[in-house]
Design a protein around this ligand. Structure first.
Ligand code: DX5
Ligand code: ZN
Length: 220
């Protein structure tokens, strides 16, 4: 079944823990935490201190999406703060293989994210070393943007190749996910849906999460 990961970017930060609890009660699987440095992306969010503040306060899997230059400088800090998955952007890593190894050595799962216009071939030699591929379906930096349809083809292509080769990483899709866009995303092969504005603005997030999960009935 597809997993749902609310992105706290759209949470009310003045009541962050309550917001996280609201998503946990609504049936979320993961908590997606967007880290932005004002350099790789045109926005700044939070650092390891905020992740650390949530550690032990929620049972949700802590999924940290690093939209920062030189992510290798921050892996230890986020791992110590409680991150269970660390996703780095392909566009930010000169030594991608080394970064992935470092993440795994720290005891975290390793993810690699691709911007909408980034081709798949940068992943060619690391498919067996990673636990997750994150497809950005908007240009990273802000919540509430419109889903970019051409990313579907990339998702489909990787999902087919994954099936053929027996690779084990999960496919996550992030940006513009809602009840209208999610069906084609799941159909293309997504295992985990990240949704920020759609879930945090929902009056009944439980219904919205159930709706997203229902799309995958039929998928194991
Ligand atoms: C965008 C972030 C996303 C963002 C998604 O740069 O990586 O996780 O919060 O927000 P929505 O779901 O509103 O597009
Ligand atoms: Zn994200």
């Amino acid at each position: 079944m597809v997993k749902v990961a609310p992105s706290i970017l759209s949470a009310d930060f003045s009541r962050l823990l309550e917001e996280v609890e609201r998503m946990e009660k609504a049936g979320a699987d993961w908590l997606h935490i967007d880290i932005m440095d004002g350099n790789f992306v045109p926005n700044i969010t939070i650092g390891p201190m905020v992740v650390d503040a949530l550690k032990g306060k929620t049972n949700l899997f802590l999924d940290v999406h690093l939209m920062v230059q030189h992510p290798e400088d921050f892996l230890e800090d986020f791992s110590r703060a409680g991150a269970q998955l660390l996703t780095v952007h392909l566009e930010t890593c000169v030594h991608l293989h080394r970064v992935i190894q470092k993440i795994n050595e720290l005891g975290c799962s390793a993810g690699v994210a691709l911007n909408p216009a980034t081709p798949l071939n940068g992943l060619d030699y690391i498919m067996e070393d990673i636990q997750l591929v994150l497809f950005m379906s908007v240009n990273p930096g802000f919540g509430g943007q419109k889903f970019i349809p051409f990313t579907l083809e990339k998702i489909r292509k990787l999902a087919e190749e994954k099936e053929k080769r027996g690779w084990e990483f999960e496919i996550q899709v992030d940006g513009g996910i809602n009840e209208e866009t999610a069906p084609s995303v799941v159909c293309a092969g997504a295992d985990i849906l990240v949704a920020g504005s759609y879930l945090f603005n929902a009056l009944e997030p439980k219904k919205s999460i159930e709706g997203l999960k229902r799309l995958s009935s039929g998928k194991e």
